[in-house]
Ligand binder design. Structure first.
Ligand code: AP5
Length: 218
């Protein structure tokens, strides 16, 4: 099963991708996480990407398509992939079509998560993660049980993404509306677009996503 989770920054793509990965064994492929790993490793790609990501722009199609294409050859993607944050441009969508058809595979569904802009800004401004294990938290929705201590690993240091501030978030939203939102029509025309309410709580969004998946299997 190959699935795209599509939606603006903060729509809940990463949250839902992790839940689906755990439940179904599909591989989450987050281009944002890969770029952040490249930055942390100090690689050439990371060095080039950092300034672009910090201002909320898109990294070039060539770089992104190269990263995804390499990953599609790995054995752990055999059960299926949840694309999180990819594709973001028409060129990336066309490249994905080619990659999948070259492997005799297809895209099963595109799930668009709709969330109001102000809710997105609140979610992103509140997001932080444990520096030790990466467990995600949110000032507004999901705080640790004991203040300042990670529920998962007991870590006491937390980090916020440099692009998770209101100014950059609004720039990221504008980039999404200009460059990524047109993909809704691209996938609608192909007949595999499913729209869900991303404003609902996390469990209800998962239920809506599962409902789409069960129809595909049925
Ligand atoms: P990327 O890392 O992909 O970021 P994004 O698309 O901006 O998405 P986010 O990770 O911010 O949000 P999300 O939808 O995953 O939400 P989450 O589940 O975390 O990209 C970062 C940058 O990398 C880009 O700006 C670009 O520069 C570059 N890049 C990446 N891919 C690229 C590509 N393909 N091409 C070119 N450049 C690329 O949830 C957010 C918060 O809300 C969390 O705190 C969560 O707990 C909370 N939350 C989630 N769901 C709910 C809910 N239902 N109710 C309440 N709270 C919720």
């Amino acid at each position: 099963m190959n699935l795209i989770l599509m939606g603006p920054p903060g729509a809940g793509k990463g949250t839902q991708a992790k839940i689906l990965e755990e439940k179904h064994g599909f591989k989450q492929l987050s281009t944002g996480d890969m770029l952040r790993a490249a930055i942390a490793a100090g690689s050439e790609v990371g060095l080039k990407a950092k300034a672009i990501m910090d201002r909320g722009d898109l990294v070039s199609d060539d770089v992104i398509i190269g990263i995804v294409s390499d990953l599609m050859d790995r054995p752990d993607v055999k059960k299926g992939v949840i694309f999180d944050g990819f594709p973001r441009t028409t060129a990336q969508a066309e490249a994905l079509d080619k990659m999948l058809s070259g492997k005799g595979q297809k895209l099963n569904a595109v799930i668009e998560m709709k969330v109001d802009d102000e809710a997105l800004v609140a979610r992103i401004a509140g997001r932080y993660t444990c520096a030790k294990c990466g467990q995600g938290y949110n000032d507004n929705y999901a705080k640790p049980k004991v203040t300042g201590v990670c529920d998962n690993c007991g870590g006491t240091e937390f980090i916020r993404r440099p692009d998770d501030n209101e100014k950059t978030m609004r720039d990221r939203l504008a980039v999404y509306n200009k460059q990524t939102a047109p993909l809704v029509s691209y996938y609608k025309a192909k007949g595999n677009l499913h729209v869900i309410d991303g404003m609902a709580n996390i469990a209800d969004v998962t239920a809506a996503t599962e409902s789409v998946l069960s129809k595909l299997k049925g």
